[in-house]
Write a protein that binds this ligand. Structure first.
Ligand code: PMP
Length: 431
């Protein structure tokens, strides 16, 4: 009972769920769902550890015992596998030797190396903006950008599926928070019409690609609608930077809408394989953020090794189309093979591949069964997708091979058959 009470008050998943835009959904049901997950050891998301390996392939283990095994890992967002690139690792280790482990302070108080400055300039140049501003994580980049820009008299209008960090930034600055239906420009217009006023700033926030296995968002349509009402626009490119657009510049570049987007944000932890967050914008907007964003001013900057890794990765992805081609080749191959044997992958076409399942218990059992077969995956269920339904989530990386895909599909078919038999036995016993 005390474990349960502890989880209720402090478990991070529980807290994250509470803090997100999901508040709009039925909270009671959400609480039940999260508690069920954390109280069931096998579904506790914090029990998985990587003992050694590359985060797409390695030895995985259990935090609470000595069990371990080799696994193909489909649960990280290391889209280009740059976390294991020889040059990236070498530059990170050189920076470690040159500067030591940590910067020890914020950018405003001497926490910058030339590499921090070079990253800001080169990222801004790649995405097509005059300037950029680094934060220690993607999460704090969103919090810092939204809260740094707006005040309590302003309005932030968020796609209902946007990441929790955007909602948290909005809460922190006390702005009015409105949401619009996912990817729906007409619904956005209704909200814009009801909030428009010459006396306050409106900021519309969306993602270039959402993380539940969809394709690119209709960024042009949403941005043009926002501009019709003179709203500022921030696009979070966490799941698109590095592998959409020329040089990996992202969805805004791919859709030719960069000029009309005021803020382009991404994380350094996914395609770039490091840690950090960055926002690119006009010089005036970046100056504003650097002088008003508390997440920027009062937080230590990115460590030298992480910074060198991200900078080297940025240069690499910009100049090397082969990495992107490999990611897209694996993605297309996986989608084709899974669809050929009858899996419903929804309408998406990106590297997050999500076979749909109508029975949530079966889905969780499949995740466990796959894990025992050396395939690490995750399940996405309510409240991220509608209640009672679920998706298996497989995140492709340029570091995965076609052989990894074949092995995974074979294991999934076997796992599903085994789980169906087990569930049949359970159902019969209940009867
Ligand atoms: N935005 C989006 C859309 C994300 O998916 C994430 C990470 N899941 C973040 C921001 C935060 O990035 P980070 O994990 O690097 O802090």
């Amino acid at each position: 009972a005390s474990f349960q009470t502890h989880m209720q008050s402090s478990h991070p998943t529980f807290q994250a769920a509470k803090a997100s835009a999901w508040d709009a959904t039925d909270k009671g049901k959400l609480v039940q769902e999260v508690l069920r997950m954390v109280n069931n050891d096998r579904r506790n998301p914090y029990s998985k550890v990587l003992r050694t390996g590359s985060a797409t392939k390695g030895i995985v283990g259990d935090a609470y015992n000595d069990e371990e095994q080799e696994a193909i890992i489909w649960t990280t967002n290391l889209y280009l596998g740059l976390n294991r690139d020889e040059a990236v690792m070498k530059e990170a280790s050189n920076a470690l030797a040159q500067f030591g482990t940590g910067m020890g302070t914020s950018a405003a108080a001497s926490g910058m190396t030339n590499q921090h400055l070079e990253f800001e300039a080169e990222f801004a140049d790649l995405v097509g903006k005059p300037s950029a501003c680094l934060f220690p994580t993607g999460y704090t980049a969103n919090v810092g950008a939204v809260a740094g820009l707006l005040g309590k008299n302003d309005v932030v209008i968020i796609d209902q599926l946007c990441h929790a960090s955007i909602v948290d930034g909005a809460r922190l600055c006390g702005a009015t928070i409105r949401t619009f239906q996912h990817n729906n420009a007409n619904d956005l217009e209704t909200v814009l019409q009801s909030e428009a006023s010459p006396y306050r700033t409106m900021l519309v926030v969306l993602e270039g690609v959402y993380s539940m296995g969809e394709g690119a968002a209709p960024v042009v349509e949403i941005v043009r609608m926002a501009k019709k009402y003179n709203a500022l626009v921030l696009v979070d490119e966490a799941h698109s930077f590095g592998f959409y657009g020329k040089g990996g510049a992202g969805i805004c570049a791919a859709q030719g809408i960069t000029e009309e987007v005021d803020f382009i944000m991404t994380t350094l932890s996914k395609a770039l394989g490091s840690l950090g967050g960055v926002v690119a914008a006009s010089q005036e907007h970046i100056d504003l953020l650097k002088s008003s964003s508390r997440a920027y001013i009062f937080q230590a900057s990115i460590s030298p090794a992480d910074m060198a890794a991200a900078l080297t990765a940025l240069r690499r992805l910009r100049s090397d189309d082969a990495l992107r081609e490999r990611l897209w080749d694996t993605t297309r191959y996986m989608r084709q093979r899974f669809e050929d044997v009858g899996y419903d992958l929804g309408t998406g076409d990106g590297p997050i591949v999500t076979p749909h399942f109508s029975n949530k218990d079966k889905l969780y059992a499949i995740v466990q069964n796959l894990y025992q077969r050396g395939i690490q995956t995750s399940a996405v269920t309510y409240p991220i997708v509608e209640s009672g339904r679920g998706r298996l989530r497989l995140i492709c990386s340029a570091a995965h091979t076609r052989e990894d895909v074949d092995k995974t599909l074979e294991a999934l078919i076997a796992a599903e058959q085994e789980v169906e038999k087990q569930l049949d036995i359970v159902n019969n016993e209940i009867k």
